[in-house]
Design a protein around this ligand. Structure first.
Ligand code: BGC
Length: 437
């Protein structure tokens, strides 16, 4: 069965940050630091999904999806990251899974979508190798409760973004500005992934995947310095997170580190424990030019000539086809089936006087990207699912509530949910799939 779904993440939608024994996460701490997020927004309430999950499942039923990708908040399950389990936290996901199944929707949990327990951050976060083992223990705890009903699990969401924004550039939690010294945060996340794959399988999970955010890299020109910079960027963004998992080795990281002193014997064997699928989040291609200073071996160059989202990101649907066929040619038989675990766009969606939200640009975005996915499939890429980001407008990290990605509009003053025109479009699209298959 092809999985058609929507995706969300715990800190972006749940709210209820102090309820039922939940511990503090790095995002609670970060969002409450002055100046870290736009207008000081936090996820304290977010979409109040922790209380409104029934209504949100009803919205998914109305959409006709057969799967839902959400994330489990580690600090709800283990408030200090390790040790004592908070059963009330697990109960929430247990209820959610049961209600989804009752609605004919397969729960697809992601175990880590950036909300590390603050107690682990206080011991170094992902710079500390012990966090990898702690993650595997947490994975085992959750699976012991849910794996009897939940077949497919995702370990990490976008370890690249967590490393780059959280540890290298300081714009996401935990807010560290380490540039290339952030590499151990990549390795320990990958190690945590590998250990978690093993822990999940032992606890009865039948399928396990990792979700990477990947981008086609376009050199700014065909001149040698731009080509070299594009290659360096491709290594950092794409290959650093795919090669060790799929090939059991790191790409050439010499542009970033003289030695990989965090790498120990046996790590790559753990990291390359076979996965059943690779989750891909796709938003846009990246154009890269030769470096303009010594801090990094590349410079981000802008992409022109395409429409842009409210975030300013270029809308390039065929980039998804290019990415998927590129992965197939790069990894060949080592590439497992693909799940598009996120794809979507932010738009300035304003309700009209009659309450409707006419997000035609989002419809064009989805239509274009679904077409690109199908072209990749026609070219032989084995895609098994597509999850639109996102079900609801939600807390968009450093941008707070300013970027709206939902198929459903949320009025954050009242928590009123209003399906946008794209919701109805996606529903009709899914209904056509069902009649065709
Ligand atoms: C993340 C989401 C985020 C989306 C849009 C992805 O990088 O997984 O949490 O909301 O992009 O920025």
């Amino acid at each position: 069965m092809f999985l058609w779904g929507t995706a969300t993440a715990a800190y972006q939608i749940e709210g209820a940050v102090r309820e039922d024994g939940r511990g503090v996460s790095i995002w609670d701490a970060f969002a409450h630091e002055p100046g870290r997020t736009r207008d000081g927004h936090t996820g304290d309430v977010a979409c109040d999904h922790y209380h409104r999950w029934r209504e949100d499942i009803a919205l998914m039923s109305g959409l006709g999806v057969n799967a839902y990708r959400f994330s489990i908040a580690w600090p709800r399950v283990l408030p200090t990251g390790t040790g004592e389990v908070n059963d009330r936290g697990l109960d929430f996901y247990d209820r959610l899974a049961d209600a989804l199944l009752a609605a004919g929707i397969q729960p697809v949990p992601t175990l880590f979508h950036w909300d590390l327990p603050q107690a682990l951050e206080d011991r170094g976060g992902w710079l500390n190798r012990d966090t990898a083992a702690a993650f595997a223990d947490y994975a085992a705890t959750v699976a012991a409760r849910l794996a009897d009903r939940v077949p497919l699990w995702i370990t990490l969401n976008e370890p690249f973004v967590h490393m780059a924004y959280g540890y290298a550039m300081g714009i996401h939690a935990p807010g560290r500005l380490m540039l290339t010294d952030a590499l151990p945060a990549a390795h320990h996340q990958l190690l945590g992934h590998g250990l978690a794959v093993q822990a999940l399988r032992s606890a009865g999970a039948s399928q396990v995947a990792l979700t990477n955010n990947c981008t086609p890299v376009w050199p700014a020109s065909q001149e040698e310095p731009d080509l070299r910079a594009a290659d360096a960027y491709d290594i950092l963004h794409n290959r650093l997170f795919n090669d060790p998992v799929l090939l059991g080795k790191y790409p050439d990281l010499s542009a970033y580190a003289t030695e990989l002193d965090f790498l120990r014997d046996g790590d790559l064997a753990t990291i390359s424990t076979p996965v059943d699928a690779l989750g891909i989040n796709y938003y846009n291609p990246t154009r890269i030019a030769a470096p303009t200073d010594d801090a990094l071996p590349f410079t981000d160059a802008s992409i022109t000539g395409h429409p842009t989202t409210a975030f300013g990101w270029p809308v390039v649907p065929d980039g998804l086809r290019e990415l998927l066929t590129g992965l197939k040619s790069r990894y060949g038989a080592a590439l497992p089936p693909i799940l598009i675990t996120e794809n979507g766009c932010s738009q300035d969606d304003v309700p009209q006087e009659d309450g409707t939200i006419d997000d035609t640009a989002r419809i064009a975005f989805l239509d274009g990207h679904l077409g690109a996915m199908r072209r990749a499939m026609a070219e032989g890429v084995d895609v098994r699912g597509y999850f639109a980001w996102s079900l609801l407008d939600n807390f968009e990290w450093a941008e707070g509530y300013h970027q709206r990605f939902g198929l459903v509009h949320v009025d954050f003053a009242t928590q009123r949910r209003t399906p946008k025109r794209s919701y109805h479009w996606f529903r009709d699209h899914l209904a056509r799939q069902n009649t065709e298959t």
